[in-house]
Design a binder for this molecule. Structure first.
Ligand code: ZN
Length: 326
């Protein structure tokens, strides 16, 4: 049974909403839904440009709803963490009273048997609203709007910006060779896998030769030297995104291990300021005792391997070093 690790990447971004979407979001905090006039029609949600012609629309905003009619729907039996409700619900096109176009939103109806085209629904508002589409928690069957809990009132200022966290989680199987690599690190050993076909030696513990598409089991493991030379590096200036613990610029280095053609990539370097990291720097492995999850590496852990520190030997002067990345 394979072991898996979850890796989540989260990107925060802040967008300015502009005069039309900003007014729509501000109105949501007031428990009102706005559309924009296009000739005799009202588009909901409001847009700055006519989606048919691309022409700019005058900012003639008009309140719609609050109730509306379901035009079509689909049932979501198993909601994910990204869904608006934590229980089974319907995604529905709701044509709000006075609107010409449908708003896509959730309907909390309990079961698919309670859903049908043409059913009437009304908003269920969150008690605390910040100017996002999910201030409108969902729609519920009937004509009467509801509010969850105590009403905290509308936003004090017009809503002009929106913070958003884009997030994706990858679920990766951990190769057995990676677990053995971590075990070896506790003995202060770097191990690699030598492909019997092409002779290449891999230090990453992925468990296969990508050139020959060959799985490499424990019988192909070899010990690797724990000294080498920096061939490339990246200096990272940390952006303070959620989860970033670094505050100062730091380096990630590529090291060719002595007497081999094997690279260890994207590894930390310690005891040397980032602006002194250079190609040709002689380094040796650093062993650490704190090897908690997230200490680095493709699968979240390199065990007790903590990166590299200078050996103090003279730099290697070889212009070909920079051509060694993998
Ligand atoms: Zn191979």
């Amino acid at each position: 049974m394979a072991r898996f690790v979850d890796n989540t990447i989260t990107f925060p971004y802040r967008r300015s909403l502009g005069p039309v979407t900003g007014a729509f979001m501000t109105a949501l905090t007031e428990r009102r839904i706005l559309g924009i006039r296009r000739g005799d029609d009202v588009l909901v949600p409001p847009m700055e440009w006519d989606p048919t012609t691309g022409a700019e629309l005058a900012p003639d905003l008009v309140e719609v709803g609050p109730a509306g009619t379901v035009a079509s729907w689909t049932w979501v039996p198993v909601p994910s963490e990204q869904h608006p409700l934590d229980r089974p619900f319907a995604f529905a096109f709701v044509v709000l009273d006075g609107a010409a176009t449908p708003l896509l939103h959730a309907v909390d109806a309990g079961s698919p048997e309670a859903m049908r085209d043409g059913m009437r629904v009304a908003p269920r508002w969150k008690g605390t609203r910040v100017g996002r589409i999910d201030d409108l928690a969902c729609f519920v069957p009937g004509e009467t709007p509801e509010t969850d809990g105590d009403d905290a009132g509308p936003a004090a200022e017009p809503v002009e910006r929106m913070d958003y966290l884009a997030s994706i989680t990858y679920r990766n199987p951990v190769p057995a060779s990676n677990d053995r690599l971590v075990e070896a690190s506790h003995e202060h050993r770097l191990i690699g896998l030598r492909c019997p076909t092409c002779g290449r030696v891999y230090a990453s513990g992925n468990g296969y030769c990508p050139v020959d598409a060959l799985p490499l089991g424990p019988e192909y493991e070899i010990d690797l030297p724990d000294t080498g030379v920096v061939t490339n590096f990246s200096l990272v200036t940390p952006v303070q995104y959620p989860g970033q613990t670094e505050t100062e610029p730091f380096a990630r280095v590529f090291v060719r291990l002595d007497g081999t053609d094997t690279m260890i990539t994207y590894s930390p370097v310690v005891d040397v300021p980032a602006d002194e990291v250079r190609v040709g720097l002689r380094v040796k492995a650093v062993w650490i005792t704190d090897d908690g999850e997230g200490s680095g590496g493709l699968f979240g852990a390199w065990g007790a391997f903590g990166g590299w520190t200078p050996t103090g030997e003279p730099d290697v002067d070889d212009p070909d070093l920079v051509n060694r990345i993998f």
